[in-house]
Write a protein that binds this ligand. Structure first.
Ligand code: AMP
Length: 424
């Protein structure tokens, strides 16, 4: 038997109804904040991720699904392609490619699969789904303003509340700008130099190449050392401090609770200033529902114009896990099962089904080869509320036997009153 690859999974009904419920709510909430959907390709040039997410990050250094694509003509060079491990890079690439800065501030969202070669475990997959949004534009469009950061965070809190997710926690930090990071990296290198030999192999490498990434380390033995390291907060320049202070001020004004976490640096290199995560206690070890932050220099590092921006990615798999709702609450079962009774009854049944479906009634249509007993079994299995019997006598009288499967109550209903009877 051929099975789904480890770390990937099938989404079956009724669970898929929960995902649809989430995505419908997301679209409604994001629309209220004037976000619009963007769809970018699932694979991109490998270089896009190396240059944005960062060569030294776990994502790029060990988790990407990358392959060499043979050039079609002999003269064409092979190209290295990668299944997208995240979607911000693709959105910023599209922003540059389509001159989106001409539109002022772009507020874009996406929903789709991402791919990382991670060790599969609960809440961590190799193909997983992210729902994300980006606010990006020239500085003149207000893209750099702390108002944007606070709006995005407030929108997320609204979304989680609307989905009925309780007990989420917003953790907030500022990772400063490029200049702050240069000073901070220097300080980190100095602090790590005498202790790095006691740390894991990854951290020993990070300490030299990209010391900030030491904070991504999950090795328990390294944590006491990491606790003693200087924090980025001490290295923020005045504009970065003020920006962060204003984000927090607006959040307080709109009543969104948050906790500052000065260890939060996120696992991607492009972040500047605001960085955040929403966590949820019920998720266990993989407790981050979503993460995001500002990326003011990203467009330029990809060869585009200056385009400050802020965005986030929600792990949809984890969002669904933290819903605290069962699929049955949102799964719509058939309102009625139509049971054609006897030869020649398929045609009038199909006509009736078409008519009722036009009234937004969910109809499951049986088959005249089924005996009545089998039709009842099929209707019960499908979870239908009613069964409607379509026999020769019913068609002649233009009145049909409608039976409520839960109560057993049965009545004869004239054709023109059927939709009403089923819906009430
Ligand atoms: P990141 O793109 O790493 O900032 O991740 C954003 C969110 O995506 C995380 O908070 C998780 O909810 C989700 N996520 C990241 N990696 C995975 C994965 N391998 N499986 C499931 N969800 C993931």
């Amino acid at each position: 038997m051929i099975k789904a690859i480890r770390g990937t999974r099938d989404l079956l009904p009724p669970d898929s109804a929960l995902w649809n419920f989430v995505e419908k709510t997301v679209r409604e909430v994001f629309a209220a904040y004037n976000f619009h959907e963007i769809r970018t390709p699932i694979f991109e040039a490998t270089e896009l991720f190396a240059r944005s997410v960062g060569e030294e990050t776990d994502i790029v250094s060990k988790e990407m699904f990358t392959w060499e694509d043979r050039g079609r003509a002999q003269s064409e060079k092979n190209q290295s392609l990668t299944l997208r491990p995240e979607n911000t890079a693709g959105v910023v690439r599209a922003y540059i490619e389509h001159n989106l800065w001409e539109r002022g501030l772009s507020k874009l969202y996406y929903i789709g699969p991402q791919f990382r070669r991670e060790r599969p475990q609960k809440g961590r997959y190799r193909q997983f789904f992210q729902i994300g949004a980006e606010v990006i534009g020239p500085a003149t469009s207000g893209s750099e303003s702390p108002v944007r950061d606070a709006e995005v965070l407030e929108m997320l809190s609204t979304l989680l509340n609307r989905l009925g997710i309780k007990e989420w926690r917003l953790e907030l930090n500022s990772v400063g700008c490029a200049a702050d990071r240069a000073c901070y990296n220097e300080a980190l290198r100095r602090a790590l130099d005498p202790v790095k030999d006691k740390m894991c192999a990854d951290c020993q490498r990070r300490a030299v190449t990209n010391p900030l990434r030491v904070f991504d380390c999950k090795v328990p033995e390294d944590q006491p050392i990491i606790e003693t390291l200087p924090r980025i907060g001490q290295f923020l320049d005045e504009p970065c401090c003020q920006h962060f202070a204003q984000v927090k001020e607006i959040l307080r004004a709109v009543g969104v609770e948050f906790q500052e976490n000065d260890r939060l640096v996120r696992g991607l290199d492009y972040y500047t200033r605001t960085a955040f995560e929403f966590t949820h206690g019920a998720l266990g070890a993989q407790n981050a529902i979503l993460g995001g932050g500002r990326y003011d220099g990203l467009s330029e590092s990809l060869g585009g114009p200056a385009a400050p921006g802020i965005g986030f990615a929600i792990g949809e798999d984890r969002l669904v896990m933290s819903l605290g709702k069962s699929a049955d609450e949102v799964f719509r079962k058939p309102d009625v099962y139509i049971a054609p009774l006897g030869e020649g009854m398929n045609n009038p049944s199909a006509r009736l089904a078409r008519e009722l479906r036009g009234h937004n009634i969910i109809v499951e249509l049986g088959d005249a080869v089924f005996k009545l007993k089998k039709s009842f079994e099929a209707a019960t299995k499908a979870g239908a509320k009613y069964i409607l019997i379509v026999g020769e006598n019913e068609v002649k009288a233009s009145a049909f036997a409608l039976k409520n499967l839960a109560t057993g109550e049965q009545k004869s209903v004239p054709r023109d009153q059927l939709a009403h009877a089923i819906q009430s």
